[in-house]
Design a protein around this ligand. Structure first.
Ligand code: SF4
Length: 317
C-alpha cells in the first residue's frame, strides 16, 4: 500500500508544489494537499501557532492542523537558500522545527535540507530520497520528471501570464477573460502565499480584477528579467525580497499605473524592503501598502482598494 504524504497549502507551496508532487509521486507516495484556506483552517492556525509568528506561518499551521490526522507523513522542506550567496527568511529555515514544536502529535515530518550555499538542489533531494531507502534510478527518474514539470509551470506564469494556481491547474485558467479590456495596470507585489490565498488576502487579486485592473505579479516576470533588474538591489540579503524589488523595477519600466504591496504582519524582511521601495517609488506613481493579519476586516481592505483605484484612474486621466 502506498504511504500517504501531506503537503500543507501555504508558504512555498505556491512556488514548488508542482516539483514536490511530481518528485514524491515518482518515489511512490500518495500526495494529499490541504484544501484552499477556509475560516476554520485560519482559526486553527491562529489558535495553535505562537503569537510572534507572521500571519503567513499561522495560516500554514492551520493547514498542518487540517492534514496531520489524515496522513502518514508531512512534507515540510527546510529551505535556507535557493542560490549561492542568497538566503531565505529564517522562518523557512526553521519551519519543520516550528511545526514539530507546535504539533507534538503530528506524524513524521520529512524535510529535505535545501541550502544551495552548501549543495545543489539535486543533491539535496537525492540525499533526502536515499535516506528513505529509495532506489537510485527511481530517484533520478522522479527528479528529472519533477524538474521538467516545474519548468513548464514556471513558463506558464512567466510567458503566458497565468497566476500560480492557474498554472498548477488548481483553478480554471482565465488569462484571456482577465485581459479582455483592462483600463489600468496594477502591480500586486508580495510573496505568492500572501496574494494567492483568497481567504488570507481577502481576495485582493480578484477584487482588483473585478474593478477592471490588469494585475501583474512577481511570478509573471521571467527569472532572467528579474536578474537584469537587480542593479542597486543586488545586495538585498533575502532572495525573495530581491526578486520583489527587481519586479517593481521592471514593471515600472513597462508602464504600470500603480503598485500595491501586501505584507504579512509582522514580517521582518518585508517591513524593511517594502518601506525602502515605497520611498523610492512613491513620487513616481500611486503606491498602496496593505498589511494582512488575522484581525483584518473585509470592509477595511475593500475601502482602501477602491480609494486607491480611484486615485490611479484620476491620475491616469
Ligand atoms: S518572509 Fe515574512 S511573511 Fe514570509 S515567512 Fe518570512 S516573516 Fe513570514
Amino acid at each position: 500500500m502506498r504511504r500517504r504524504i501531506g503537503i500543507p497549502r501555504g508558504l512555498l507551496f505556491y512556488k514548488y508544489f508542482i516539483l514536490w508532487r511530481e518528485f514524491l509521486e515518482g518515489l511512490g507516495f500518495e500526495v494529499l494537499i490541504s484544501p484552499p484556506t477556509t475560516k476554520e483552517i485560519l482559526f486553527e492556525g491562529v489558535r495553535n501557532c505562537v503569537d510572534e509568528a507572521c500571519f503567513a506561518v499561522k495560516v500554514f499551521c492551520g493547514h498542518v492542523a487540517y492534514l496531520k490526522d489524515k496522513v502518514d507523513y508531512l512534507f515540510i522542506p527546510r529551505y535556507a537558500s535557493i542560490e549561492k550567496k542568497g538566503f531565505l527568511c529564517a522562518k523557512f529555515w526553521g519551519l519543520p522545527d516550528i511545526i514539530r514544536n507546535t504539533f507534538p502529535d503530528a506524524p513524521v515530518i520529512l524535510s529535505p535540507n535545501i541550502d544551495c550555499n552548501r549543495q545543489s538542489l539535486f543533491k539535496a533531494y537525492l540525499f533526502f530520497a536515499l535516506e528513505l531507502k529509495k532506489p537510485f534510478f527511481k530517484i533520478l527518474r522522479s527528479w528529472q520528471s519533477a524538474q521538467n514539470k516545474q519548468k513548464e509551470f514556471e513558463l506558464l506564469m512567466e510567458e503566458e501570464k497565468f497566476n500560480p494556481l492557474e498554472a498548477m491547474g488548481l483553478t480554471e485558467r482565465n488569462r484571456i477573460s482577465r485581459r479582455d479590456s483592462p483600463s489600468i495596470r496594477i502591480a500586486l507585489l508580495s510573496h505568492p502565499y500572501n496574494i494567492y490565498d483568497s481567504v488570507a488576502s481577502q481576495d485582493i487579486l480578484k477584487r482588483l480584477e473585478d474593478m477592471g485592473a490588469e494585475v501583474s505579479t512577481v511570478e509573471m516576470v521571467s527569472k532572467n528579467r528579474l536578474k537584469k533588474e537587480f542593479g542597486d538591489f543586488r545586495n538585498i540579503y533575502w532572495t525573495y525580497d530581491r526578486e520583489l524589488a527587481g519586479a517593481a523595477q521592471h514593471l515600472l519600466k513597462e508602464g504600470i499605473d500603480g503598485i500595491i504591496f501586501v505584507v504579512s504582519f509582522p514580517c521582518g524582511p518585508d517591513s524593511l524592503i517594502i518601506d525602502y521601495l515605497t520611498r523610492l517609488i512613491s513620487d513616481r506613481l500611486p503606491v498602496l501598502n496593505l498589511v494582512i493579519d488575522e484581525h483584518q476586516s473585509e470592509v477595511g481592505i475593500l475601502t482602501r482598494l477602491e480609494a486607491f483605484i480611484e486615485i490611479v484612474r484620476r491620475r491616469k486621466k
